[in-house]
Design a protein around this ligand. Structure first.
Ligand code: ADP
Ligand code: MG
Length: 245
């Protein structure tokens, strides 16, 4: 069982107006762990991820990253977001910048690297996601899978200590999903700590240390993939898994 230490989410609750979208959510990750969040649409998966980098504000509970309270009013949110990379379903690349330009932007503007150093770092990360031959391509010249790999390289270029992925393959044509999952598996092999929302159950089964099933803002069940997928303890989990299988 994975636990605590590195990322600790404790009894996190969040409301949008009167609607409670997270209800005392708790789970923990060690450094190098991969945790996959699953659950039906609207169950709070994206909101949970967004609370970790303060794109959404949890009203109750605690989230510690490397011992620091993320939810504290004293937290430097810009620093937090430098340390926590995020990959979204939509790639959100700048159309007027090349692949290397998109990836170099953060290192240049946020980390203050020189233009050459930022470009070198961007090139390294694009090579890491298999795009060494597309450095100077514009987003419109790339497939969706390639664009998402640029999105991953962009997050990696900030040298985050935690990566959040919010349905990174959901916007892709089926034939392009594999190349993105392949890159993500490479990051797992490199020891990256990853919190991933995905419906790709074979990916979850292969790489997750723990799977967390959210429904209606609550953790219904969590456990290693072989347990959660093969021997779910809750009917609710079994029904969800049947439906998406
Ligand atoms: P999931 O990612 O599991 O589909 P979300 O975290 O996106 O779920 O949404 C959980 C609930 O919170 C949904 O009922 C959704 O409508 C609501 N919600 C999400 N974002 C907002 C927002 N910015 N304002 C109001 N309600 C929101
Ligand atoms: Mg979502």
């Amino acid at each position: 069982m994975t636990d605590d230490g590195f990322l600790r989410v404790s009894e996190v609750s969040k409301w949008y107006g009167d609607e409670q979208v997270l209800d005392e959510v708790s789970f923990g990750m060690d450094r190098g762990d991969v945790t996959v969040l699953i659950g039906p649409s609207g169950s709070g998966k994206s909101t949970m991820l967004r609370c970790v980098n303060r794109l959404a504000e949890a009203q109750e509970g605690s989230i510690t990253l490397d011992g620091e309270e993320v939810l504290s009013p004293d937290t430097d949110v810009d620093e937090l977001r430098r340390e926590v990379g995020m990959v979204f379903q939509s790639f959100n690349l700048f159309a007027h910048l090349t692949a290397v330009g998109n990836v170099a932007l953060g290192p240049r503007r946020v980390l203050g690297l020189s233009e050459d150093a930022a470009r070198d770092r961007a090139a390294d990360q694009l090579e890491r996601v298999g795009l060494a031959d597309q450095l100077d391509s514009y987003p419109a010249e790339l497939s969706g899978g390639q664009q998402q790999r640029v999105g991953i390289a962009r997050a990696l270029a900030m040298e985050p200590k935690l990566m959040l992925f919010d349905e990174p393959t959901s916007a892709l044509d089926p034939e392009l999903i594999g190349e993105v999952l392949e890159v993500m598996r490479g990051l797992v092999d490199d020891g990256m700590t990853m919190l991933v929302v995905t419906h790709e159950m074979s990916f979850a089964r292969a790489v997750a240390d723990e799977v967390v099933f959210l429904d209606d803002g609550r953790v219904v069940e969590r456990g290693p993939p072989e347990q959660l997928f093969e021997r779910p303890e809750r009917d609710r989990t079994a029904r969800f898994l049947d439906r998406i299988a």
